[in-house]
Design a protein around this ligand. Structure first.
Ligand code: HEC
Length: 707
């Protein structure tokens, strides 16, 4: 794929039509699209093409016909934990990864299950995931499928049978790196990164031989212990450029192990033979803890260009020197050829968490522009000459010791939910999040052996008890689908969303933009104006990006519904609907086509039987200790202030919280570990676990008193 951003030459879909010069070319040359060309009707790569545009050339479903789009079939998945995957579709077969890193193959026309592969991820692996037990997708190459598992394995199976070909551990035994992102296949190598910066993980990306599973190269994104060589492709550049930007005993466990994890975005430019990876935030968040409060800490929050054959470093661009706001450069990377200041340039685009839309020259890594696409208050802009942000002094909360209400917050102005790029409209379609976060440095921080380790003062994370204040917060958790014109550095249109998260995006040459939302709809918008042309009541919030594909001359749209991920787990009451109910959540694969007439099964009403209110017994000091301990660990899954956002039990309403010994069995001993609830006996004493229960019961009482 060497013509990024140009109107793709091969526009003839199988059994479809083509127009203009390119059609003539096709007819005269008798050329047919190859199986991994988007014009073939297949969707063979995570971002559709190497440039990761997520813009399909298929046009039978278009502005004029989309009104006739209807459901063809739906398939219920076996778990209602978060679904974030981009399905691949090859010759009419859908390959979709689901929560707990399972892979399912479905017949695209009927939804019939062809095979399933369950890698049997141990429930304890959930302890190492910051953001739900999700998986974002597989890669395809020569009849084989590749995907990563939450516990760090990379698996290759035969696409026809689902039989395993090979499996490798991409992380060391006991390491806290997890895989939720999709691998990419470049020149016969499977490229895979991992996550875990909140757990103290050190970031790296690895390339495995697609045939054999042998490790070809590995590139670490941050330096390791001084004087110890990794024997990796990154050794020389880390010693030369990165190590001097880290201070203090950064390799010691108190500071975490660097971070910079490559947990999502990558793209490949075949013409320049460059693989681009995005790196994540610092581990642990506070630069004071991590690096004596100084240094750029390369290559955190950076785009790095590598040679895919060897992992050799070519260039980097760091977005956030010395990050301490969880600002990752791991959001969608899209390649296009764009006219910038009168000249067509090879551009790399990204709308990362930090709120600036970046365009780099992807040959040199030089910054072309960086424009805010959301509310930003951590920096006063990016200096065009040096490419460095002008970071505001008050944003450095670990230095000032004062709280900083940062915009965007740690969830970012845009997260993993993929954006799309249409060369026709010249617009990038970004699922934007309006978020803020209170950053407070925690002098009492100590890293736990299990679960997330965020060095912010735990009690400051809690939601206010006052329901009116909670309603205000809930009303502020909103987003928008933003059509961004990168050439002009401004918005073309916006569609406001009442809640978060909003879903990943698909655009098409049919003039459409598809996006699911937290209210439970899949929507189609006019790509030029943002006018909504169609929607479908999916009975479930949708986060995953839709895909479109074609088989036997019929164009389909497929999306996986389901609610979860970090926002859903963590924000609790702040992501509920206006009536205070958790968002609809049903994990389902949905497939649509023109004339589809299937209907979803009726949604079962859930009738919650209210439990008797516990009597308040604990003293204020115990409750306060419980609140702190809860907001060190439990909040990441059970929600701020013990208010669950839905996918994981609401502890205020749980019978287990009414029974001290059942509570100890679950929380200390971990009797539910296979279901993703680990035991915390290595972290908290029985008395501390009981203090958390006291806080949860107190919260149940406070919330009930407010009703
Ligand atoms: C990594 C995510 C995660 C973390 C962190 C976590 N939990 Fe859980 N917890 C779960 C899941 C998932 C379940 C539901 C398991 C099931 O399906 O039975 C659960 C269930 C529970 C239950 C049983 C509730 C019921 O009604 O069945 C209790 C009690 C509980 N957790 C308490 C805690 C406490 C206290 C902490 C912090 C010390 C904590 N959890 C941390 C994921 C987590």
């Amino acid at each position: 794929m060497g013509h990024f951003g140009e109107r793709p030459l091969l526009r003839m879909a199988r059994g479809g039509w083509a127009t203009g010069v390119s059609a003539l070319l096709l007819v005269t040359c008798g050329q047919r699209p190859t199986a991994d060309d988007p014009a073939s009707g297949n969707w063979t790569r995570y971002g559709l093409d190497d440039a990761e545009t997520r813009n399909s050339p298929l046009t039978s479903i278009n502005r004029n016909t989309v009104g006739g789009l209807g459901l063809v079939w739906s398939h219920d998945l076996d778990t209602d934990r978060g679904q974030e995957a981009t399905p691949l579709v090859i010759n009419g077969v859908i390959y979709n990864t689901t929560a707990w890193s399972k892979l399912i193959a479905l017949d695209g026309g009927s939804g019939r299950v062809l095979w399933r592969y369950d890698p049997k991820v141990p429930g304890s692996a959930a302890a190492n995931s910051c953001c739900d037990v999700v998986n974002r997708g597989a890669a395809y190459w020569k009849g084989r499928l590749y995907w990563g598992t939450l516990d760090g394995r990379l698996i290759a199976v035969d696409a026809k049978t689902g039989k395993r070909i090979w499996q490798v551990a991409t992380v060391a035994p006991g390491a806290k790196n997890t895989i939720t992102g999709a691998p990419r296949v470049v020149k016969g190598k499977v490229i895979i990164g991992n996550g875990g910066a909140e757990m103290g993980a050190r970031g790296y990306v690895s390339a495995y031989d697609a045939m054999t599973g042998g490790l070809v190269w590995r590139f670490y994104t941050v330096p390791g212990k001084p004087g110890v060589r990794d024997g990796a492709a990154s050794d020389a550049v880390l010693a030369r450029l990165a190590a001097p930007t880290w201070k203090g005993d950064y390799w010691n466990s108190k500071g975490g192990f660097g971070g910079g994890t490559v947990w999502d975005a990558m793209a490949y430019d075949a013409k320049r033979d460059l693989l681009y990876i995005g790196t994540g935030n610092g581990s642990y968040w506070s630069r004071k803890i991590r690096s004596n409060g100084t240094g750029d800490n390369l290559f955190l929050s950076s785009i790095i260009a590598l040679r895919p054959d060897t992992g050799r470093y070519v260039w980097h661009y760091q977005q956030v020197p010395g990050d301490e706001w969880d600002y990752t450069a791991t959001q969608s990377i899209i390649l296009a050829d764009l006219k910038v200041k009168g000249r067509v340039r090879p551009v790399l685009m990204q709308a990362p968490k930090n709120g600036f839309f970046y365009m780099l020259d992807r040959e040199s890594g030089k910054l072309l522009s960086a424009t805010p696409y959301a509310d930003v208050n951590w920096a006063d802009g990016i200096d065009p000459a040096s490419g460095r942000p002008r970071i505001r002094a008050e944003a450095r909360y670990s230095e000032t010791g004062k709280p900083f209400l940062g915009k965007p917050g740690p969830s970012g102005a845009h997260n993993w939910h993929p954006m799309a790029w249409s060369a026709r409209t010249g617009l990038a379609y970004i699922p934007v999040q309006h978020t803020a976060g209170l950053y407070t440095s925690d002098p009492g921080f100590r890293a736990n052996a299990l679960g997330v380790n965020v060095p912010l003062r735990p009690a400051t994370l809690a939601l206010p008890d006052d329901p009116a204040a909670r309603r205000v917060i809930r009303a502020g958790v909103t987003g928008e689908l933003l059509a961004w014109d990168p050439a002009r550095g401004r918005a073309a249109w916006r569609v406001q969303k009442s809640c978060l998260p909003n879903g990943g995006v698909l655009s098409t040459d049919g003039g459409l933009v598809f996006e699911g939302d937290c209210e439970g709809y899949l929507n189609a918008y006019d790509a030029a104006t943002g006018r909504r042309l169609w929607r479908f009541d999916a009975q479930s919030a949708i986060m995953a990006p839709p895909v479109t594909w074609q088989a036997d001359g019929r164009q389909y749209v497929t999306v996986v519904a389901g609610w979860g991920g970090s926002l859903a787990l963590m924000l609790g009451d702040a992501v509920k609907d206006a009536a205070g109910r958790a968002r609809l959540n049903r994990s389902r694969v949905l497939t649509f086509a023109l004339g589809g007439r299937a209907v979803l099964p009726r949604r079962a009403e859930v009738i919650a039987s209210p439990l008797p209110l516990p009597t308040e017994a604990a003293d204020a000091a115990t409750i306060s200790l419980g609140k702190t301990l809860y907001h060190r660990t439990c909040f990441a899954c059970h929600g701020l202030s013990a208010s669950s956002g839905g996918p994981v039990p609401d502890l205020r309403l749980s019978p287990v919280s009414r029974d001290a010994s059942a509570w100890q069995a679950v929380v200390s001993q971990g009797v539910l570990v296979q279901r993703g609830m680990i035991g915390f006996s290595t972290v908290y004493s029985r008395a501390e676990v009981e203090a958390i229960r006291a806080y949860v019961l107190h919260q149940a009482w406070v919330d009930a008193a407010h009703q």
